[in-house]
Ligand binder design. Structure first.
Ligand code: AGP
Length: 619
């Protein structure tokens, strides 16, 4: 989850490292730090809190030409200055930044303490710095620069767990050694300079040539170039790849936060997901990245969507759409539970990994498990060139655009749209008539304009938010109810509200209401009912009546405002009419606006909710 950036070359390292950290802060923002490598010593600066806190304690300038930086999301040890990275070895000969978890930290710590080591932090990462320094001292004072790589490799030979890490050395000025096992790391190859980062976006403004390390590999960089090898010492001969153009530090424009900006970008995001992929004549979708012939699609036994958080909710919509349009058995699996349960993998099934970042550790691990058992996985990924996109090797890019706010918004709409494209193309190969296919195509084409229209609900949503966030008496909980296609949307609406506002929110299927959640209903607890004309309409109306009979206020969100609905609820947010299957896309818009307005009324940091990070790169 943490962000790593390093620079070695002729330029001053500090401003480049800070610039990289700014681009990486979305990965974690508990604390941040930098280490500047020099001749004979290393200077470390680190501070709890956001990057601005670190900047306040940095020197005005530094001549160092080599440095590493880290932005932390705490896994091991509280959020504090001491636990912030980089960590120094006991003699100050190495400084190390780490993303990942050392599984055998307790055993290693005991061993080091028995040999007299004292630790300055509670982190598992500091143990790595001690191990590297111990290996360096074993090699002796006259050890050549290559010894630094040997020392890191030998130290990591003792470690089980995950790491993306980078080290600078007091006695090897200008050298950075990095290593990867389970956490991403890439080398940026510039003209007479090199970078190392957990996300190439951190150096893309300086070079678009990147070498992506694989698990069990190390890299050494300096102004002269780079070399890679395995932990066991075998050379790795892999060339650099060209990465997408630098997105740079995005601008919020006229919006107060990235979340709201990204919500307003949704019509364009969905338009890009659809771009060039719909073939109206055949009522079909053309997904170049999946490359399955109609015959192969016909042979698919089951579709299994994998994802976490918001991506899991989109995956659940994918399951519902595939079953509705293709009549192929489908399921959506929480990637972390899936991979932990020794899954039964069917080579005739199609596995679809859904992810915005393409760096979610659990989703990556689930994909590896499927691949190891002979399964076929495609990615539905937003981030071009991400670990997941490269691991799957085939799939559909969402093209939703860069999403910086920690809470997902436009990526969710794009993911559901991407699932709809997969369901449509499978459907046309199996079950759906050309006429039904054309109807779906027409509905998809019309979606961006309808999303735009849904955004105009904002002033009314803000009034509702002010009531929910009422000063001194915010709602104790907000319930989100939906059935069928709208059940995953109810879960997503609740997730948005809880992660942005920290209020308790719960999403559930309408059918579950009487099996427990009804106990939460009362005059203080609003229920947001997601409803759409179609198979579940009448039953959702019954749920609404059950809630209101217990004096629970009901706010309904519905495409098309069917006759009589207004009288059945306390408030109605009417959306443009759309087919029931695509209602989750439209209905999320007012829910996102609601979560954001409640959070802002409660004074929350909308873009960086407490305790969260944009990419969950540790399991
Ligand atoms: C949702 O707002 C969160 N950002 C989180 O649930 C996220 O969707 C999840 O961590 C999966 O991330 P991914 O799409 O990058 O894989």
């Amino acid at each position: 989850m943490c962000g790593i950036i390093g620079y070695a070359g002729p330029r001053k390292a500090l401003p480049l490292v800070i610039q990289g950290l700014r681009l990486l802060e979305y990965r974690g923002y508990d604390s941040a730090g930098v280490a500047l490598g020099g001749s004979g010593s290393i200077r470390v600066f680190k501070k709890e809190g956001k990057l601005a806190n670190l900047e306040a304690v940095l020197p005005a300038s530094s001549a160092a030409k080599c440095g590493i930086g880290h932005t932390r999301w705490a896994t091991h040890g509280a959020v504090s200055d001491a636990n912030a990275h980089p960590h120094l070895g006991p003699a100050g000969k190495v400084a190390l930044v780490h993303n990942g978890i050392v599984d055998n930290w307790a055993e290693l710590k005991r061993e080091l303490e028995a040999a007299g080591a004292a630790f300055a932090s509670e982190t598992d990462s500091e143990i790595l710095a001690h191990l590297v320094e111990r290996e360096l001292s074993r090699l002796g004072p006259s050890c050549p620069r290559s010894g630094a790589i040997e020392a890191v490799a030998a130290a990591l030979g003792r470690v089980s767990g995950t790491y993306g890490l980078a080290c600078v050395f007091a006695d090897f000025p200008g050298l950075i050694v990095g290593a990867r096992n389970g956490s991403p790391l890439a080398v940026g190859v510039g003209e007479g300079e090199c970078f190392i980062a957990s996300d190439p976006a951190a150096f893309a403004a300086h070079t678009r040539q990147a070498v992506f390390l694989r698990d069990g590999e190390l890299a050494a960089i300096d102004a002269k170039g780079w070399q890679t090898r395995t932990l066991r010492g075998e050379a790795v001969l892999r060339g650099a790849e060209t990465i997408p153009e630098a997105a740079g530090l995005a601008d919020k424009g006229a919006h107060p936060d990235f979340f709201l900006k990204e919500v307003y970008e949704q019509p364009q995001a969905v338009e890009r997901t659809l771009g060039g992929r719909l073939v109206r004549e055949y009522g079909n979708a053309k997904l170049g990245g999946i490359e399955l012939s109609p015959r192969e699609m016909h042979g698919i036994s089951e579709v299994v969507f994998l994802g976490m958080g918001t991506a899991l909710h989109a995956a659940m919509s994918g399951k519902a759409l595939v079953e509705a349009w293709a009549r192929v058995p489908a399921r959506a699996e929480d990637a972390s539970e899936f991979r932990a349960a020794n899954p039964i993998v069917d080579p005739a099934a199609l596995y679809v990994a859904v992810s915005q970042s393409g760096e979610t550790a659990d989703t990556l691990a689930a994909v590896r498990e499927v691949q190891a058992k002979g399964g076929r996985v495609v990615g539905l990924v937003n981030s071009v060139g991400s670990s997941l996109a490269r691991l799957c090797g085939a799939g559909v890019y969402l093209h939703a655009g860069q999403e910086l706010s920690v809470a997902a918004s436009k990526s969710y709409l794009a993911q559901v749209t991407g699932c709809a494209l997969i369901a449509l193309s499978l459907g046309r190969a199996r079950h759906l008539s050309i006429g039904e296919g054309r109807r779906v195509v027409d509905e998809l084409v019309a979606l961006p304009a309808k999303i735009d229209e849904a955004l105009s609900l904002r002033p009314r949503v803000e009034e509702l938010a002010a009531r929910i966030a009422s000063p001194g008496r915010p709602a104790p909980s907000v319930l989100f109810l939906g059935r069928g296609f709208l059940y995953p949307a109810a879960l997503e609406g609740a997730l948005k509200l809880k992660e942005l506002s920290y209020l308790h929110a719960e999403g559930f299927a309408g059918g579950a209401l009487k099996h427990g959640p009804l106990a939460l209903v009362g005059p203080e607890t609003p229920t947001i009912a997601l409803i759409a004309p179609g198979a579940s309409y009448e039953r959702t109306l019954s749920n609404i009546a059950e809630v209101r009979a217990r004096r629970g206020p009901v706010i309904a969100v519905c495409p098309g405002a069917p006759e009589g609905l207004r009288e059945e609820v306390d408030e109605l947010f009417a959306l443009p009419p759309c087919m029931e299957e695509l209602a989750p896309v439209l209905e999320l818009v007012p829910l996102q606006l609601l979560a954001r307005s409640v959070a802002s009324a409660l004074g929350r940091d909308v873009d960086r909710p407490r305790n969260l990070a944009k990419s969950v790169t540790t399991e």
